[in-house]
Write a new protein. Structure first.
Length: 256
């Protein structure tokens, strides 16, 4: 059976915790269970998300969106493309050969600083594996689908998509701009926590606008223009029409 979400979270806690001192045998057991099965397993998704915690969003990455049926439908993927995506995902799933060497080194190592370095190396290996699969998956799309996927991604992630490696590369962000965005991301998380769950819709809308402006202030005029183009048209509230089908790429806002 697949490893449970609880087990995956437990393993991640072992890997990420600076003061890790729990017997490695438990980690070996769950990690091996996770790696024995095909597909994009929950462990890999969780691990990748943890590594990119500061830059990733609910949408994950553009390639992550391709796992969702509704996105595949909106992009108009052919059955051949869907099959190829599944094959890429299955072939790219990290196996024991990726994790076991790191786990064995952590088991044998007694120095905490050295363990931390091994954890960082393992995280980098996970990121590299995911990026390799993502590149292959995106290569299966045509230019129209790639453009629409970017719009869908920005629609879901908002300005936080600026922290995505592909998006920042397309916009030509400098290292200084990336650092500014990292700082803003940390500040936004703190502000969001302070806002809390009891904020009104008006407060949340104001919060979003405030931080959207701060993120976009980092961009040059040329970058802003390209960002606006990639984001597509803004959502427009319209009355729901029974049986109506929105055009591909159009944000959908249901009427009250």
């Amino acid at each position: 059976m697949y490893p449970s979400l609880c087990e995956c979270t437990f393993v991640l806690d072992l890997i990420m915790r600076p003061g890790w001192n729990i017997p490695v045998s438990s980690m070996f057991l769950v990690m091996r269970r996770a790696c024995l099965f095909g597909g994009l397993l929950a462990f890999w998704v969780l691990a990748s998300s943890a590594v990119h915690a500061q830059s990733q969003t609910r949408a994950g990455s553009e390639a992550d969106l391709l796992r969702r049926d509704e996105v595949q439908q909106e992009l108009g993927l052919s059955e051949t493309q869907k099959t190829q995506l599944s094959e890429v995902a299955a072939a790219g799933n990290p196996g024991r050969e990726v994790f076991d060497p790191f786990l064995q080194r952590m088991k044998d190592e007694k120095d905490e600083a050295a363990r931390t370095k091994i954890r960082e190396e393992m995280q980098a290996a996970i990121v590299a594996a995911k990026e390799g699969v993502s590149g292959k998956a995106l290569a299966l799309l045509d230019s129209r689908q790639l453009k629409l996927l970017r719009t869908i991604y920005i629609r879901e992630a908002g300005v936080r998509a600026l922290s995505d490696a592909r998006v920042s590369a397309d916009l030509g962000l400098t290292d200084e701009q990336k650092k500014q965005l990292e700082t803003l991301s940390a500040e936004r998380r703190e502000a969001s926590a302070a806002l809390g769950f009891n904020a009104t819709e008006e407060q949340r809308a104001e919060f979003t606008k405030q931080w959207d402006d701060k993120y976009q202030a980092v961009l040059t005029a040329e970058q802003k223009a390209k960002w606006t183009e990639q984001a597509g048209p803004p959502a427009v509230a319209v009355a729901a029409v029974p049986g109506a089908v929105p055009a591909a790429g159009s944000p959908v806002v249901s009427g009250a």
